[in-house]
Design a protein around this ligand. Structure first.
Ligand code: FMN
Length: 190
């Protein structure tokens, strides 16, 4: 199955890069309400949403009615500040079947050479059903994924802003996410 919906204006190499990546990736337009233009198969495996469910929509649909006050404020601040290269935050999300998870969301900018943001790039990871070693492994894969993106984007006239904000203490992040999930499951209306 090809987990990708391909709008014609996207650089082909960028689409192939998404298809080949083993980590969950999503790409959104920098314009308007940041609707998704591309998601890959690992994104669909993680969230249960196929490209046709989410492309053209804002990815906040994964939050359902969770408040997520602090993480959303952090994400909005990133989106509003063109000089901020990236952001990373845990955020409560739900799979298509309604199962909650804590998504460790990474977002960065893909800019044109003249400095305008063309796309927002994102990667998702279920940190609430993980182990510190798995998070460290995902982090290394995401860093490698971003490294491979540099020349591909460069060929398409796109510049990647900033380097990965790596996780300094994966054990603490995983423990915190498991607690968030446990609290959520005991109070389903949060
Ligand atoms: C490319 C991209 C991917 C995103 N992926 C997710 C995601 O997986 N889960 C999520 O909760 N929010 C995700 N977001 C963030 C939301 O779309 C939105 O920006 C955030 O909720 C803050 O804005 P709001 O308060 O207007 O909803 C993503 C945003 C972009 C641009």
């Amino acid at each position: 199955m090809i987990g990708i919906c391909v709008p014609s204006e996207l650089p082909k190499a960028l689409v192939e890069y998404f298809e080949q990546s083993r980590v969950a990736l999503a790409l959104a337009s920098a314009e308007g309400d940041n609707h998704l233009v591309l998601v890959n198969a690992p994104f669909s495996r993680l969230t249960g949403f196929e490209p046709e469910d989410v492309v053209g929509h804002n990815c906040r649909m994964l939050q359902r009615d969770a408040a997520n006050v602090e993480p959303r404020a952090r994400l909005r601040e990133f989106l509003a500040r063109p000089t901020q290269p990236n952001v990373r935050t845990p955020i409560v999300n739900f799979r298509k079947d309604g199962t909650p998870f804590v998504n460790l969301l990474y977002m960065s900018r893909l800019n044109t050479i003249d400095g305008r943001t063309r796309y927002i790039f994102a990667s998702q990871f279920d940190v609430s059903r993980s182990q510190p070693e798995l998070l460290a492994d995902y982090d290394a894969q995401l860093a490698a994924t971003l490294g491979r993106l540099v020349p591909i984007a460069g060929d398409a006239g796109i510049v990647i802003e900033g380097t990965l904000l790596t996780i300094a203490n994966s054990a603490a992040i995983v423990a915190q996410a498991k607690m968030m999930l446990a609290n959520l499951e005991s109070t389903p209306d949060v």
